[in-house]
Design a protein around this ligand. Structure first.
Ligand code: SF4
Length: 316
């Protein structure tokens, strides 16, 4: 199945996903990739599926959704690999545009120094590009690129694309403990993003099982530094440090449940409140944990994060 959903997405509303690259053809082998290690590390585009087949599946899904009364906000190219490795990308996005639903593409940006890739992505309405680091050795450690790629070409390609793209450009950065979570890395990143001026810059930490088990989210001290830097330097940044807990089910011990989640990643106050509500528990549990010094809070703009004070110890 190439087309799936529509599924709710934090950034794209209801998104009909299109998986037009088989696992795992990619130009990167990111240590945090949720699809696992890249088995086909490559930069040469090829034809994976006929465009007509993809469009027929998408049309069928649109038809089914419309019959079920479900709106679709975006048709999203979110494959199990790098979408710009599709040789037919231009024709595919052009074909998708005929459905009159905005088209989104999530790319690692590694091939954006190529004119044909820029041309194809310019047909989309919303493009997300990966900018994990400005540091060459960190780039090799985090994204593990194909040997023919160079970070400076990638960064230049992104800036060139920005100049001609008429749609909404966003960036994504994954912050990994011990690699790109220090102040210097954050300042380099913010300098570049200030020059790029995307519509939004999303910063994430690993909250789902990564390709490499040693990959960890930054500790609380680093999270404080990161929030501090972007709060001052990047008004268009948004942090996605928690994962959606819509599927949260309590084991019956709410304190343990909350501590288990907080040991892995921070949670926004609103998310915490809805988890408690779903479990029929009340806020006094949180007050108790705060009073005992087991958890604490970090204010970020108008939001309050809750973090575990034992985050590091649990990871040793
Ligand atoms: S670029 Fe995306 S698909 Fe490729 S390895 Fe990185 S996270 Fe996985």
């Amino acid at each position: 199945m190439i087309a799936f959903g529509p599924v709710p997405s934090r950034r794209l509303g209801y998104s009909l996903g299109i998986n037009h690259i088989p696992p795992k053809h990619c130009s990167y082998s990111c240590v945090y990739c949720q699809v696992g290690r890249t088995t086909q590390l490559e930069t040469k585009p090829q034809v994976f599926y006929p465009v007509e087949l993809i469009l027929a599946e998408v049309e069928q899904k649109i038809h089914e959704s419309s019959k079920a009364g479900r709106a679709i906000d975006f048709l999203s190219l979110v494959p199990d690999g790098e979408p710009t490795l599709d040789k037919n990308l231009y024709q595919l996005i052009k074909g998708l545009s005929t459905f009159r639903i905005p088209v989104a593409v999530i790319s690692n940006a590694s091939l954006l120094d190529r004119d044909e890739v820029q041309e194809a992505l310019c047909l989309a309405d919303w493009v997300s590009l990966k900018v994990d680091t400005l540091n060459d050795s960190d780039w090799h450690r985090i994204d593990r690129p194909h040997g023919s790629l160079s970070l400076s070409s990638v960064l230049t390609g992104i800036l060139a694309f920005r100049k001609q793209f008429q749609g909404e450009l966003v960036t994504e950065t994954m912050i990994i403990s011990g690699i790109n979570d220090d102040k210097q890395s954050m300042l380099q990143l913010t300098n570049y993003l200030q020059e790029l001026q995307p519509f939004k810059s999303y910063l994430s930490i690993p909250v789902r099982p990564p390709a490499e088990s040693w990959v960890k989210a930054p500790d609380n001290e680093s999270i404080r530094i990161i929030l501090d830097v972007i709060q001052q330097e990047l008004p268009f940044a948004e942090v996605l440090f928690d994962q959606e807990n819509a599927d949260f089910e309590s084991t019956g011990n709410m304190v343990d449940d909350i501590l288990a989640i907080l040991a892995v990643h921070p949670i926004y106050e609103n998310a915490l409140r809805s988890m408690l509500k779903k479990a029929g528990a009340d806020w006094s549990i949180i007050e108790g944990l705060l009073k005992a010094g087991t958890i604490s809070t970090i204010q970020y703009r108008d939001k309050l994060f809750f973090i575990s004070n034992f985050h590091n110890k649990k990871e040793i």
